[in-house]
Write a protein that binds this ligand. Structure first.
Ligand code: NAP
Length: 287
């Protein structure tokens, strides 16, 4: 995994800081042949340009395509870091275990590096995401999973699972980008030693025409996407940008030959629009 720094996690493992996001490579979001084929092609290109951390999810319908690309890559298993996420329909403990087995089978793996509860869903399952979290912990205990984490967890969700089980998630994958700093969720994660992985790190492309970011990019002779991803890295976030284009995939990995100054970091921090900058649903109400 030369060239990609690793962020240490509280369970003793480490996360390659830059990963490849696979949501929306194909519009199906269902396990169709077209979705899996498009994902397999994109992930094969990503592995070829040097990504070694791949982010997928049960709800993307494309784990099989990720598995196909991994299978044909010939890369040694220990060089790869594969993350997936529990589907919203699979929160009951028996479904956690069954669906996790299906995820491993689709990916063609015996052990997964990182499995995240995709959403807390506080208004489904009688508000019980604690037994879901417990069941995810049992996957680590039985050796099929290296690291359990969460996604879209607000401070209260984090505190509840930690208080009830004593098991701290190693990762919280949340929406973060310069237009949506998501400060309270980031700070709560950091307080508990939970590493933040930023989803939609480029704001799904919405940031790329920002004039301030354009000026900073010109100063460094870099693209706006590289400036935004570098801002994340200097904040210590993992990032999982998605692109269907080889050159962009390469650019998004090439973040370590330059540094943003404290003033530039502060100026980018100043782009935060608070809740108005949020792109995805709010975790308190998403069901
Ligand atoms: P993103 O990575 O912020 O942005 C992707 C968009 O930016 C695409 O339209 C892509 O276009 C464009 N892009 C990428 N690199 C570029 C570059 N160098 N120059 C110009 N345009 C560029 O958004 P995302 O896909 O929503 O988020 C990334 C990953 O986060 C997802 O793929 C998924 O794995 C994860 N995610 C997780 C959650 C969650 O709830 N946990 C939610 C959403 C996403 P092209 O493809 O045409 O290059």
């Amino acid at each position: 995994m030369a060239g990609t720094p690793r962020i240490p996690l509280l369970d003793g493992t480490a996360l390659p800081q830059i990963g490849f996001g696979t949501f929306n490579i194909h519009p199906d979001h269902q396990p169709t042949r077209a979705n899996n084929a498009a994902t397999a092609r994109a992930v094969a290109t990503a592995l070829d340009v040097g990504y070694r951390h791949i982010d997928t999810a049960q709800m993307y319908g494309n784990e099989q395509g990720v598995g196909e690309a991994i299978g044909v890559s010939g890369l040694p298993r220990q060089e790869l870091y594969v993350a997936s996420k529990l589907g919203n329909d699979n929160h009951r403990p028996e479904d956690v275990r069954r669906s996790f087995g299906d995820t491993l089978a689709r990916l063609g793996l015996e052990q997964l590096d990182l499995f995240l509860m995709h959403w807390p869903l506080p208004s489904r399952y009688g508000g019980d995401y604690v037994s879901t979290w417990d069941a995810m912990g049992s996957l680590v205990d039985d050796g099929r999973l290296r690291t359990a984490g969460v996604s879209n967890f607000q401070p209260a969700h984090l505190e509840r699972i930690i208080g009830a089980t004593g098991r701290v998630p190693a990762v919280n994958q949340i929406e973060v980008h310069p237009y949506f700093a998501n400060r309270t969720a980031r700070q709560a994660s950091q307080r508990h030693g939970v590493v933040v992985v930023a989803w939609s790190p480029l704001g799904q492309g919405s940031l790329l025409l920002d004039p301030l970011l354009g000026r900073i990019a010109a100063v460094h002779g870099r693209t706006v996407a590289q400036i935004v991803l570098r801002w994340h890295c200097q904040h210590g976030h993992g990032v999982i940008p998605k692109s269907a284009h080889r050159q962009r995939m390469q650019d998004n990995l090439d973040l370590f030959g330059f540094e943003l100054s404290d003033e530039e970091m502060a100026a980018i921090d100043g782009l935060d629009r608070g809740e108005a900058g949020r792109i995805g649903p709010h975790p308190d109400t998403w069901a």
